[in-house]
Unconditional design. Structure first.
Lengths: 414, 335, 335
């Protein structure tokens, strides 16, 4: 046993997979301590806030400032203010005014603005331009001019119907993020419901792995029992079990999964029920491999010796058969866990995922992201980390499986 | 010939047994569940209604539509009889469209998308796996980890990734659908062009997902065969290496046909979910909209059709395999 | 003395393991075989006899590597020739090989006749299919094999039939030298006899001119070959006629080997079987003195630290030991 374990951990593939999986588990365990609270709490009001650090504007205003004179600060401000659409509008204006802009680079803010100030005049009324469009240009002009000119912003406080100046902010005022009372780091932004994606995902990964484990345990228990019975008892028991197994091998498991999940109904469909249903539809491989292993073991000398010694069936199975097929069962189990996680994700994408009030799953997160078109509106943080996590879990489990396979089936070793 | 007849006879018998089992399961499973689908549907349809007799009326109507007011065996015979006539009931969500009508317009898209994609993925995977086994060294070192990683990307993940890169960001392919939404299916050149451009992303996402697993299988199979005794023997008889590699790849590839037959169910499952991502007008999207709309007859029919599709493909692959691999014939004589 | 068909002079080859270690499995082997004669090679497993068989072909691929020495067939030195020349003009036509595990020596998915075609065409690309078939049919008939075998796949043949087919295919081009590596070891007694009969027929009908027969079953050699060589740790320790080697072995190792055989004859019950104690030396680092010294009960310090004077094994008797024949015979008497 000890020797076998040493051999297993000598396989580099197994080791890499194992370390990866343990790291994932550790993250699931440790992260909630660093960032406690309900993973489904909707902290954001809007949908899909970008990843990044969020600083409370209110608190920032009330935080002591330092004066820094950074030479390129103005350019950056204007750069950020001018959206691509604004730049296109400016170019349109030049076009209307028949100004040659062939050698102008629209991303060069400085040159663009110089040209703009040179040629724009609010009093010009180009033919055919609507009033709304003219107003748009006025607003655009005002805002860029303001950034260029004004040095301070006034903060007003309404007092008895009048605005009273409370203070002013200089362009050169800076606050230290560490001094601001409310700063929130959202490394993966928020999702469509305004929930912290990273926090949600860590919790979802845990749930998904549990679903995979339950599905794997159910499938392995069924497969092991049927395989042992079919292989060891043989005869008509074997015939019946193999008949059923063969049928369920060909009928695709996910179809049964969809049928059962749908029939159970949304209310009854908790995470553990979904997990059990996945297990119930994916036991055929274990049955087949256990059966063929048991058949090859059944007539070995040590089993015959136990039979002659009058040992009970349970004892023979436990001491003379199980230890020899353990490696196959473990390998099958690992694959079941990995395919269980995938099955949950696919089921959720079809809209048949587990009921969710407390537990997110990776599949549900994917489903929400797709429902709210995260993929077409550029909110990559809502779905890409989820895909990556599913892939990494599955990758680590499969690596472990391959490593075990090479240790226990030396003929496959290259 | 005796061996072949035995093999094919067995396969045909199994095809029908599994078909019957699939039909029974498709009928029984939903009816075994504690929740009564009719009352669930009625609840949805009658939400906001206060008149009890009107709700009762709706319940009765769906009961009759479903046939749930009859005994189970009776229901089953009606179910089978209707099915043999190609009648799969009426859709709830697209009332009064017939389910068979919806399915038949969707199935062509699914077959035309998935079969070529899975076959191409299988073929490319096998070629890459064989090359990796033959060249080894650098090629293998790069290819194998990539293939292992690729094979673990879920089909829907690959679909989303391709969609975002090529349709949303690079804008070289359309985002959704089987053809441009402002077109009506016909045989004009522009329509075919639109179908082809909408075909690319779903097709390649399925291909990419299938390549990995096949390449890994083919690689280890080829390595196993390259070390076989007949390779050494053939070399010592002066046969050229290129010819021997031909033997090896043929022998390694044949079991991959069975491998494809065994994994086709899972592959189609993944590909159906990928269809949803692209809103491809196939069975996957049909199933999705049926689930969202709680369209029970449509769900039931879709699962049945998918099962039958998988059964037919498995059966055909088994038959092809029996013809091309002489080992099957020998095994049948032994048994 | 007849014409020398095969002459091997100081042949050295090595294996390179997965861990890049060199294993000197054939380390300075020299011998000759005359026309119409057969020579047996005996030894424990791991003594290098199978490697000797592979090294004789003059065609090396990893993990086997050529170091030095000559292999001269009918006056032509084949060692050091370009591999492609060896493949085209030597393998199968000058020297042929029958592998240890004939069970797996034939490509399972190929018809025997296609394989025969490949073998013949590897040497004569323009050979006509019809002629090849006629030639194969005649040869198979002469060797007592049913011609139906040609149109079967290897998987459809029984073990004995497979082995006889392999022998017939190996010798289809009438090579001058046949190297047979344990051709009958895995077979039942009846099949074994048929194989031996076939090998004799090959010699008698002149399809092969000489044969090197490798086996661990000494009694078999006594019945099949004219001469016997005993191999130990990559070297030849003794050679003599079959009769001499079995009844009057000189080298302590040969003596031990012969002493460990069970012979089902009258009066042999009760005689003590002497197994040779110890294990053969590690061929990654061969000992500098006599390689058998560690296990030899007559060994002196001289044997352990000084190399044994070289003996030639070309004609008649020869052995490789510091002690004289008389000393050894005297010692054996006192056992």
């Amino acid at each position: 046993m000890k020797n076998t374990l040493r051999q297993v951990f000598h396989s580099s593939k197994f080791l890499v997979g194992f370390i990866l999986f343990v790291l994932i588990l550790l993250t699931i365990w440790i992260y909630p301590f660093l960032n406690p609270g309900n993973p489904l709490e909707m902290i954001g009001v809007g949908t899909f806030a970008k990843p990044g650090t969020y600083v409370s504007v209110y608190d920032a205003l009330n935080t002591g400032t330092e004066t820094l004179r950074l030479p390129d600060a103005d350019d950056k401000r204007v750069d950020q203010l001018l959206s691509d659409a604004d730049r296109v509008s400016m170019l349109e204006w030049f076009d209307i005014m028949e100004i040659d802009v062939s050698d102008l680079d629209a991303t060069d803010t400085e040159a663009l603005l110089d040209l703009w100030f040179e040629h724009y005049d609010q009093s010009i009324k180009p033919k055919g331009m609507t009033q709304a469009k003219r107003n748009f240009y006025k607003r655009l002009d005002n805002s860029v001019r303001q950034i260029r000119s004004a040095d301070t912003l006034k903060i007003m406080h309404p007092e008895e119907g009048e605005l009273v100046e409370r203070g002013s902010i200089n362009k050169t005022d800076y606050v230290n993020v560490g001094d601001v009372a409310n700063v929130k780091l959202l490394p993966l932004g928020t999702d469509n419901f305004g929930r912290d994606v990273l926090k949600e995902m860590v919790s979802a990964t845990g749930t998904s792995i549990v679903i995979g484990l339950i599905a794997g345990i159910v499938a392995t228990l069924i497969g092991l029992t049927l395989g042992l019975l079919a292989g060891y008892v043989g005869g008509w028991v074997d015939d019946i079990i193999m008949f059923i197994t063969n049928i369920f091998t060909v009928i695709p498991g996910f179809v049964l999964l969809i049928l059962i999940s749908y029939s159970i109904g949304q209310e009854q469909r908790g995470a553990s029920v979904v997990a059990i249903v996945i297990g119930l539809t994916s036991w055929t491989w274990t049955t087949r491999s256990v059966r063929s292993q048991v058949i090859s073991l059944r007539n070995r000398d040590h089993v015959n010796l136990s039979k002659l010694s009058g040992h009970s069936l349970v004892r023979i199975v436990a001491t003379d058969i199980l230890p020899y097929i353990a490696s196959y069962v473990v390998m099958a189990f690992i694959l079941q866990v990995s395919s269980g996680i995938l099955a949950e994700a696919q089921l959720s994408l079809l809209g048949l995922g587990p009921k969710t009030t407390v537990t997110p799953t990776l599949g549900l997160m994917m489903n929400w992201a797709m429902l709210y078109s995260a993929h077409t509106n550029g909110s990559w943080w809502a779905y890409f980390p989820v895909i990556l996590t599913i892939t990494l879990i599955s990758f680590s489990l499969n690596l472990m499986n391959t490593g075990l396979d090479q240790v226990f089936n030396p003929t496959l070793r290259d | 010939m005796k061996g072949y007849r035995k093999y094919f006879g067995k396969k045909i018998l199994w095809f029908f047994i599994t078909l019957i089992a699939a039909v029974i399961l498709n009928f029984v499973l939903p009816r075994m569940m504690p929740a009564d689908p009719v009352s669930a549907i009625t609840g949805k349809m009658a939400s906001g209604m206060t008149d009890a007799s009107a709700v009762q009326e709706i319940y009765k109507r769906y009961e009759a539509e479903f046939g749930t007011n009859k005994s189970l065996p009776e229901q089953f015979f009606i179910f089978v009889k209707n099915m043999l006539h190609g009648d799969l009931g009426t859709s709830f969500s697209q009332y009064p469209r017939k389910v068979s009508d919806i399915i038949s317009s969707a199935i062509i898209w699914t077959i035309c998308l998935q079969l070529p994609a899975i076959l191409v993925g299988w073929l490319l995977g096998n070629i890459l796996g064989a090359l990796a086994a033959y060249i080894r060294k650098g090629f293998d070192k790069v290819l194998l980890p990539v293939a292992v990683f690729l094979s673990n990307v879920p089909a829907f993940g690959m679909a989303v990734t391709l969609l975002v890169i090529f349709a949303v960001n690079l804008k070289v392919a359309p985002i959704a659908g089987g053809y441009s939404f402002d077109m009506i299916p016909n045989f004009s050149w522009s329509f075919i062009k639109s179908v082809i451009s909408h075909y690319q992303l779903p097709f390649w996402s399925i291909v990419l997902v299938s390549i990995g697993g096949q390449a890994i299988g083919m690689r280890s199979m080829s390595i196993y065969e390259l070390n076989a005794d007949y390779v050494k023997y053939a070399r010592f008889l002066g046969i050229k290496d290129r010819k021997i590699v031909g033997y090896v790849f043929r022998n390694a590839m044949l079991p991959q046909v069975t491998g494809l037959a065994l994994s086709i169910g899972t592959m189609i499952g993944g590909a159906l979910v990928a269809e949803i991502i692209f809103s491809y007008p196939g069975l996957g999207s049909t199933m999705y909209s049926a689930v969202t709309a709680a369209d029970y007859p449509l769900i039931s029919a879709t699962t049945l059709i998918i099962t039958i599709m998988v059964l037919v493909v498995t059966f055909v692959l088994d038959i092809i395999y029996g013809f091309i691999d002489p080992r099957v014939k020998a095994a049948q004589f032994d048994a | 003395m007849g014409k020398v068909i095969l002459e091997v002079h100081d042949l050295k080859t090595k294996y390179v393991t997965r861990f890049r270690e060199d294993v000197y499995a054939v380390d300075g082997v020299s011998f000759k075989i005359e026309e119409g004669k057969s020579l047996g090679v005996a030894g424990e497993s791991g003594c290098g006899k199978s490697t000797l068989a592979l090294s004789m072909m003059g065609y090396y691929f990893p993990p086997l590597h050529y170091i030095s020495g000559d292999i001269i067939i009918d006056g032509k030195n084949i060692s050091g020739l370009d591999p492609d020349v060896v493949r085209k003009t030597i393998l199968g036509t000058e020297i042929a090989y029958i592998p240890q595990a004939a069970m797996n020596a034939l490509n399972p998915t190929q018809k025997i006749i296609r394989f025969v075609e490949d073998v013949i065409r590897a040497h004569n690309p323009k050979a006509d299919k019809k002629e090849i078939r006629e030639r194969a049919q005649t040869r198979f008939a002469e060797l007592g094999l049913p011609k139906e075998v040609l149109d079967k796949h290897a998987v459809e043949l029984s073990g004995g039939m497979k082995q006889r087919t392999v022998i017939a295919v190996s010798t289809i081009l009438s090579p001058k030298v046949l190297i047979a590596d344990e051709p009958s070891s895995a077979l039942d007694v009846t099949s074994q006899k048929m194989v031996i009969k076939m090998m004799r027929e090959l010699m008698e009908k002149g399809y092969i001119k000489s044969m090197l027969f490798i086996t661990h079953e000494l009694p078999l050699l006594y019945n099949v070959t004219d001469d016997i060589m005993v191999m130990y740790a990559g070297q030849i320790v003794e050679r003599g006629s079959a009769r001499e080697m079995v009844f009057d072995p000189i080298h302590p190792y040969s003596h031990g080997l012969m002493g460990s055989i069970l012979v089902p004859e009258e009066g042999t019950r009760g005689t003590t079987l002497t197994a040779i104690p110890g294990t053969p030396p590690n061929l990654k680092k061969p000992p500098q003195g006599c390689r058998f010294a560690e296990r030899c009960r007559y060994a002196t310090d001289e044997c352990r630290y000084h190399s044994v004077p070289e003996k030639q094994f070309d004609e008649g008797r020869g052995y490789c030991c510091r002690l004289s024949v008389d000393q050894l015979r005297e010692a054996y008497k006192n056992e």
